[in-house]
Design a protein around this ligand. Structure first.
Ligand SMILES: *[C@@H]1O[C@H](CO)[C@@H](O)[C@H](O)[C@H]1NC(C)=O
Ligand SMILES: *[C@@H]1O[C@H](CO)[C@@H](O)[C@H](O)[C@H]1NC(C)=O
Ligand SMILES: *[C@@H]1O[C@H](CO)[C@@H](O)[C@H](O)[C@H]1NC(C)=O
Ligand SMILES: *[C@@H]1O[C@H](CO)[C@@H](O)[C@H](O)[C@H]1NC(C)=O
Ligand SMILES: *[C@@H]1O[C@H](CO)[C@@H](O)[C@H](O)[C@H]1NC(C)=O
Length: 670
């Protein structure tokens, strides 16, 4: 255990610190700051984070030098020789090159008169004034005045920037059996070996992962180091320079020894990475930056657009007075999602005043199904009152009313959320020749009783009198068990403008509108009238006004009365009905005619109607010729006003002037 710990510590020391064996045999696998074995000159520095030796940075006309602090001394008995192996990387700061670096052996650390640029911080135009230097240059710019062969060459320099020998940077690949060019300024790590023995100086290059080539790139056999440096004590190190063109010059690792045999291996796996200067490859990155910026801008724009779209999509109108209805308020977003964006697939139909969509709220245990009606409206007039009314309706929980669950307001739109009625509206079973089954008589009678009781409840038992304003088969919904449920109450109120009924354009549905409606406005009496028409249409299975039929049959109220006058009320019944009690049919039709009496005062109340239908009260005696029975209106509607072709109303009675027709609003009809 202790041994392992010790080994670990030794290993760490070995890893972190350069190792020194004998004298002046060393290896740096990367450099650490504050390493006292290296002397740094001018701009040379060790990058603390990267652990690399940086000779020059991307600043013009700089010199950077680093050399091993101790003299390398050759005893008289020793041969003057050395071997070194280093890994460097030259990273251009712009597309064109900087100058280069050199490994040097010198007699002094003072390089008096040395210049940057092509002189590598070692020489000047006159060579080297006082310092005697042997250098191996990795030159990345071409300077013809010092005899450079290219902008990418390796040379051996003796006391001058003019190389003794030089060659384009390349290496001999043993594997491929040929020379392969190396770009010194690629920014990639390059290995360099310099071996000196006798009078032979060999220089080899190779990319990082390669072995030392068997053949050197440069080999000079006439180098006498003792003569060059005039002694047996030398300094060894690196020098780099920049000119007007710059590059980052890095040494990543360095091994040195007096003999090839004792040279330690650089561990390439431990070498630091080449730092990535920010502005490496400036123009492409600038282009890239610009492109990225542009894309980011576009994305931002899209996001803002999407946000605005969503904001608009889900925008609502919410006012102070609505606070008390908080729990009833649905968010538009939730309704939008529940109806799948009011998709066509969820479209249930176009009821009075708006389109109805099916919505599903998946949150609750069983997915809750609702019907969402979109009512378009302009202006806020009457909205407060209307919302108050529908909210109050919510608390009236009669089993034959379609439960209203809540609402949502938007600009030009009101959304009403009510319980989903799976069987749709009653009119679809009565009139349309679709695949809906014919409802048997007993079912129709049950529905009639449901609606009568619901309407009676609205007129009498609710907190305050509620007028439905639009009783008709289309507004009677059927739940899963085909029970009749009255829906859409109060909708027409939204369209009643102004308080004075005499100036009001009354709204309702043609055929169900009591004659006095246009002058007097809505009342329980007008509801009773419409209910009477509803009784007739359910029993007879046809719409109150059928412009396609003969004049005799066109108006249901008149026709039922006519049947009664001629022979029997039962003749008016829906021909699809086979099993029924004539007695019940007659009673229902009579109640219908009674309710649709021209004179409001002659109509029964809904309470009485319920009693008639349940047999708790006998019907009053009356005949087809009784006043107000089977009579549509004393006023002659002009065909244009009703938009019905060749309309003729024969049975108008007296009192014409009493009922002035006002404009009739068609907005609501199916
Ligand atoms: C480069 O080094 C010089 C000298 O050490 C320094 O003044 C300059 O700010 C450095 N430039 C950059 C770009 O790092
Ligand atoms: C080079 O030598 C010449 C003549 O000796 C001298 O005039 C010049 O200043 C020297 N140049 C440098 C850079 O030292
Ligand atoms: C060195 O390379 C340059 C171009 O890169 C070429 O013109 C020159 O001939 C080469 N020199 C040698 C000695 O191969
Ligand atoms: C230099 O290279 C030559 C040729 O490959 C070789 O014979 C010689 O031993 C080398 N000398 C040194 C000191 O590496
Ligand atoms: C190198 O030069 C020195 C002094 O000029 C001389 O004594 C020595 O013999 C030379 N060495 C070789 C190998 O020629």
């Amino acid at each position: 255990m202790v041994r392992e710990l010790l080994l670990a510590i030794i290993w760490m020391i070995h890893y972190v610190c350069p190792s020194f064996q004998q004298d002046t045999t060393f290896v740096f696998n990367g450099f650490s700051q504050g390493d006292h074995h290296l002397h740094l000159d001018s701009s040379a520095m060790i990058l603390p984070k990267n652990h690399v030796l940086q000779l020059t940075n991307a600043t013009t006309t700089q010199i950077g030098r680093a050399f091993f602090e101790d003299l390398v001394e050759f005893k008289p008995s020793e041969p003057v020789s050395f071997s070194t192996h280093f890994v460097c990387a030259l990273v251009p700061a712009s597309e064109i090159s900087g100058h280069g670096i050199a490994f040097f052996v010198s007699h002094s650390t003072d390089f008096i008169g040395a210049e940057p640029t092509r002189f590598l911080g070692l020489f000047n135009a006159n060579g080297s004034d006082s310092t005697r230097v042997l250098a191996v240059e990795l030159d990345t710019s071409i300077a013809p005045d010092v005899g450079d062969i290219s902008g990418n060459h390796v040379g051996i320099d003796v006391n001058s920037a003019k190389s003794v020998v030089s060659a384009n940077a390349s290496y001999y690949s043993d594997k491929e059996g040929r020379k392969i060019d190396i770009n010194l300024l690629s920014g990639d790590p390059i290995q360099v070996w310099v071996d000196y023995e006798g009078t032979t100086l060999n220089v080899s290059l190779a990319p990082l992962r390669n072995h030392k080539p068997s053949r050197p790139l440069l080999s000079s056999t006439s180098i006498n180091l003792t003569e060059i440096v005039q002694g047996r004590r030398v300094f060894v190190g690196f020098s780099g320079s920049t000119g007007s063109i710059m590059s980052y010059q890095y040494i990543l690792g360095w091994s040195f020894s007096k003999s090839m045999a004792s040279l330690q291996q650089i561990d390439v796996t431990k070498l630091p990475k080449v730092p990535n200067p920010r502005n490496k490859k400036k123009s492409p990155s600038r282009l890239l930056d610009a492109l990225l910026g542009f894309i980011a801008f576009l994305l931002l724009g899209l996001l803002v657009k999407a946000y605005m779209y969503r904001r608009n999509l889900y925008a609502e109108v919410r006012e102070e007075w609505e606070k008390e209805y908080g729990p009833l308020r649905f968010s538009y977003k939730s309704l939008y999602k529940a109806t799948k964006g009011f998709s066509k697939n969820e479209f249930l139909g176009k009821g009075g005043f708006g389109e109805v969509y099916k919505g599903t709220f998946p949150r609750s245990k069983e997915a809750r199904e609702v019907a969402v009606k979109k009512v378009s409206h302009d202006g806020e007039e009457g909205m407060k009152q209307f919302v108050a009314e529908i909210v109050s309706m919510r608390s009236s929980k009669h089993r034959s009313l379609v439960p209203l669950l809540g609402y949502c307001r938007r600009k030009h739109e009101l959304l009403l959320v009510s319980e989903y009625m799976p069987k749709g509206s009653l009119d679809q079973y009565l009139f349309d020749n679709n695949d809906r089954p014919t409802l048997p008589w007993w079912r129709r009678l049950a529905i009639i009783k449901d609606i009568a009781s619901a309407l009676s409840y609205l007129h009498t038992e609710a907190d305050h009198v509620v007028i439905h304003r639009d009783i008709k088969a289309a507004n009677v919904m059927l739940d899963a068990e085909f029970n009749g449920r009255l829906g859409d109450f109060g909708m027409s109120r939204l369209y009643d403008r102004g308080a004075d009924p005499t100036t009001t354009a009354a709204v309702g549905t043609i055929g169900y509108m009591a004659p006095e409606l246009t002058t007097m406005g809505h009342s329980t009496g007008t509801d009773v009238y419409a209910f009477g028409v509803f009784l007739l249409e359910v029993t007879c299975g046809r719409r109150p006004v059928e412009p396609g039929l003969s004049a005799e049959k066109r108006f249901l109220v008149k026709w039922v009365c006519e049947c009664w006058r001629r022979f029997s009320l039962v003749d008016a019944i829906d021909t699809r009905l086979t099993e029924f009690s004539s007695e019940e049919v007659e009673k229902v039709l009579k109640v219908g005619l009674l309710c649709a009496n021209l004179a409001p005062d002659a109509r029964p109340s809904m309470e009485q109607v319920v009693q008639y239908l349940n047999g708790n009260l006998d019907l009053p005696e009356f005949w087809p010729s009784s006043p107000g029975i089977g009579v549509l209106t004393p006023t002659a509607f002009s065909p244009a006003q009703l938009m019905l072709p060749s309309l003729s109303l024969s049975s108008s009675s007296s009192n014409n002037s009493a009922f002035m027709t006002h404009s009739i609003n068609y907005g609501s009809g199916r």
